[in-house]
Design a protein around this ligand. Structure first.
Ligand code: COA
Length: 569
C-alpha cells in the first residue's frame, strides 16, 4: 500500500504534473460555475479526474500504523465521504500555516461538491478559518469553486487573492494571535467543523500534530465535529517536537504563561482529541506545499548587512547581550536573506522566537549559530525538507512547534524581548508601515503575525527594497496608502540604501532620516521637496502633510503606471 501510494504521490506531485492538474481544476471549476459557458462542460471530466487523483494519493486500507486507536480507526473513510459531512453555511476551522500541515484531500472533494452544487444552481459556501496560508488543494480549489464565504486570517494563494480583490470573497485580516481567542470568546459565532491534518493517532486517542500547529488545538476544542486527515507523508519522527499548552483560560481567569526561554516546553507534545467529536478520518500521503526560496539578490544582501551592522552596534552600546535577543523573522525572501546573512555574521549562541521556521533558520541551527528555535510551523524548500527529515532527531531537540496563540502571544514576545524583523509593502516618511495593501486597496497577503511581533517586540524592524515593480514604485512614500503598523510601533526601517533608527525622534526628525537613509536616489529629491513644502505650508507643523498631495504618488501610479511625474521620467 505504501509503495503504490508513493507512486501516486510522485505521479501527482512532480512539478510538471502538478501544473497540469492545477490547470485542469481551474478550467473545470470555472466551467462549472459559469452556466453560460456550457460548451466547456467537458472540462468537468478533468475536474473529476483531479478528484479521483486524490484518492490515489489517499490510503483507504483500514489497517495503518498511523491510526493506532481501534475505536477511531473505525471512522476511516474516503475523502469524498468525509467532505459530505460538511454542509453549506458551515464554519470550518482548518489546519495549515505557511503551506504546511494543511488538509489536502477533503478540501478538494469539498470543492468538487461545491462546484457540482453551483452547477445545479444551489448556492454552497463555507467559511474557512485556518492558521495562516495553506496550499492550492485548499485555498486554491475552494476559491476556484467559489466555495468560500468568509476567509481568515492570512492567505497568500493567487486564486484566493484574485477573488478577494474582485470583491467576490469576504476576507477578514486579523492578527494571528487573535484568531484562537476570537473563536473561544464567541466573537465569530459557532465553529461547526475542525478539519485537521495530523501525523498519527495514538492508542489512547491523542494526536501527533503535523508540520504546523496553528490554531489546531482551538479548532478541535471548539468545533462541534472533527475530521482528521492522517498524512503518512509527514515524518513519524515529528512526534515529540510539538508543545501544546492547555493552560490558557479566558479572562477573568487568565494567568501568566509560564514561558521564559524560547526553547522551553510548557505543555504536552500531543493534541487532546475527544473521541466522540470525531466523525471521519481520512488517510492521505501527500506533500506540503514546500515552495523554494529565491537566492538572495543584491538588495536583500545589502538589507541584511545593514541589519547585522545595526545589531552589532546595539551590542556595543550594551543594549543587547552578545548573543542578541530571540529573533523573529517574517515571511518572504528578504526575511530569509537576513537569516542567511546571520550565518556569516559574528553572532553565536542565538535563539529564535518566531512563527515560521524557514530555510535560513535551519541553516543557522545546522551551523550551531542558533541553539534553539520556537515557531508554530515549518516553511521549507524541498531541499531543506530533505535535510530536516534526515536529521529529525537532532532538530527535534532544538525546535519547538507551538500553537500560534503562544508563538505570537504579546505577553511572551514582550517578556522575551524579541527582535522583530518583517517585510513591508511601503513605509511613509513618518514611519507608518503598510504590510498588506498594494495602492491602498488590493490585498497582497495579510498582516499575519507582523503586528503581534512589531507592537510587542524589544525592537521592531521593517524592511523592503527601496523600489518595486522595476523602479516604477517607491516603497518610501509621503503617506502610506494603508496603515498596518503605526509610527508608534515601528522603530527601524531598512532598505538596500540604509537603515533609519527612529527611536527617540520626533515626526519631522524621522522624516528627514528616513528620506536620507532609505529612499531611492530616483525618489529622494521628490520626497525632500514634499517634506520641505509641507514643513512650510502644512496646517499643523507636528506631522506636516499637504493633504491634497499626500496620496498623489499612488494616484499617479494608478493613472500612468509610474509614481514619478511625467516630466521626471
Ligand atoms: N507597491 C506595489 N507593489 C509592491 C510594493 C509596493 N510598494 N512592494 C512590493 N510590491 C509587490 C512586489 O512587486 C511583488 O509583486 P509581484 O508578485 O508581482 O512580483 C509583491 O508585492 C511581493 O513583493 P516581494 O518584494 O516579493 O516581497 P516579499 O516576498 O518580501 O513579501 C510582503 C513582502 C510585505 C508582501 C510580505 O512580507 C508580507 O506578506 N508581509 C505581511 C505579513 C508578515 O509580515 N508576516 C510575517 C509575520 S511573522
Amino acid at each position: 500500500m505504501e509503495g503504490s501510494s508513493n507512486q501516486a504521490r510522485l505521479a501527482f506531485w512532480s512539478p510538471k504534473y502538478s501544473v497540469r492538474v492545477q490547470r485542469d481544476i481551474t478550467l473545470a471549476v470555472t466551467d462549472l460555475t459559469d452556466r453560460r459557458n456550457l460548451r466547456r462542460y467537458r472540462y468537468r471530466e478533468a475536474f473529476i479526474r483531479y478528484g479521483r487523483a486524490t484518492p490515489m494519493a489517499t490510503i483507504t486500507s483500514p489497517t495503518t500504523t498511523r491510526v493506532l486507536n481501534s475505536t477511531l480507526a473505525r471512522k476511516i473513510m474516503s475523502a469524498d465521504e468525509a467532505a459530505a459531512l460538511i454542509q453549506s453555511g458551515n464554519q470550518v476551522g482548518m489546519s495549515g500555516f505557511t503551506g504546511s500541515g494543511y488538509p489536502k484531500a477533503v478540501p478538494i472533494e469539498l470543492a468538487r461538491r461545491i462546484a457540482d452544487a453551483n452547477f445545479r444552481g444551489q448556492k454552497f459556501q463555507v467559511s474557512v478559518f485556518t492558521g495562516a496560508s495553506t496550499g492550492p488543494e485548499l485555498d486554491g480549489a475552494l476559491a476556484m469553486a467559489g466555495g468560500i464565504h468568509l476567509r481568515l486570517p492570512y492567505q497568500s494563494d493567487p486564486e484566493t487573492r484574485k477573488r478577494i480583490n474582485a470583491g467576490e470573497m469576504d476576507y477578514m485580516d486579523i492578527h494571528l494571535s487573535h484568531v484562537a481567542q476570537f473563536v473561544e470568546y464567541g466573537f465569530l459565532g459557532k465553529l461547526d467543523v475542525a478539519l485537521i491534518e495530523v501525523t498519527a493517532v495514538l492508542e489512547d486517542g491523542r494526536v501527533v500534530p503535523s508540520s504546523s500547529i496553528g490554531n489546531n488545538k482551538t479548532w478541535i476544542d471548539q468545533a462541534e465535529r472533527v475530521i482528521l486527515e492522517v498524512n503518512s507523508w509527514q515524518p513519524a519522527a515529528l512526534e515529540g517536537m510539538h508543545d501544546i499548552y492547555y493552560g490558557l483560560q479566558p479572562p477573568p481567569n487568565r494567568g501568566p504563561i509560564p514561558l521564559v526561554r524560547p526553547g522551553q516546553r510548557i505543555g504536552t507534545p500531543y493534541l487532546e482529541l475527544p473521541p466522540e467529536k470525531v466523525v471521519a478520518i481520512v488517510l492521505t500521503d501527500s506533500p506540503d506545499r514546500n515552495s523554494g526560496f529565491k537566492a538572495p539578490d543584491q538588495a536583500s544582501k545589502r538589507i541584511a548587512a545593514h541589519i547585522l551592522e545595526f545589531l552589532s552596534w546595539e551590542v556595543q552600546k550594551g543594549r543587547m547581550p552578545t548573543n542578541l535577543l530571540p529573533l523573529q523573522s517574517g515571511v518572504g525572501n528578504i526575511a530569509n536573506a537576513v537569516l542567511f546573512g546571520l550565518e556569516e555574521g559574528p553572532f553565536e549562541g542565538l535563539t529564535s522566537y518566531t512563527e515560521v521556521i524557514q530555510d535560513g533558520m535551519i541553516r543557522l541551527l545546522k551551523s550551531g549559530k542558533v541553539t534553539s528555535a520556537s515557531a508554530t510551523a515549518f516553511s521549507l524548500s524541498p531541499e531543506m525538507l530533505t535535510e530536516v527529515n534526515a536529521n529529525m532527531a537532532s532538530y527535534r531537540d532544538r525546535i519547538v512547534l507551538r500553537p500560534q496563540e503562544i508563538s505570537n502571544h504579546p505577553e511572551v514576545i514582550r517578556r522575551l524581548g524579541v527582535i522583530a524583523m518583517n517585510g513591508m509593502i511601503e513605509a511613509d516618511i513618518y514611519g507608518n508601515v503598510n504590510s498588506t495593501h498594494v495602492m491602498g486597496s488590493r490585498i497582497q497577503n495579510g498582516i499575519g503575525g507582523s503586528g503581534d511581533f512589531a507592537r510587542n517586540g524589544y525592537l521592531s524592524i521593517f524592511m523592503a527594497p527601496s523600489t518595486a515593480q522595476q523602479g516604477t514604485i517607491s516603497t518610501i512614500v509621503p503617506m502610506v496608502s494603508h496603515v498596518d503598523h503605526t509610527e508608534h510601533d515601528v522603530q527601524v526601517i531598512v532598505t538596500e540604501h540604509g537603515l533609519a533608527d527612529l527611536r527617540g525622534l520626533s515626526p519631522r526628525q524621522r522624516a528627514h532620516l528616513i528620506i536620507e537613509k532609505c529612499s531611492s536616489p530616483d525618489y529622494k529629491p521628490l520626497l525632500l521637496d514634499y517634506l520641505n513644502r509641507s514643513e512650510r505650508l502644512s496646517y499643523g507643523k507636528h506631522t506636516p502633510h499637504l493633504l491634497t498631495e499626500s496620496l498623489g504618488w499612488h494616484n499617479r501610479y494608478l493613472r500612468s503606471g509610474k509614481m514619478r511625474p511625467q516630466e521626471e521620467n
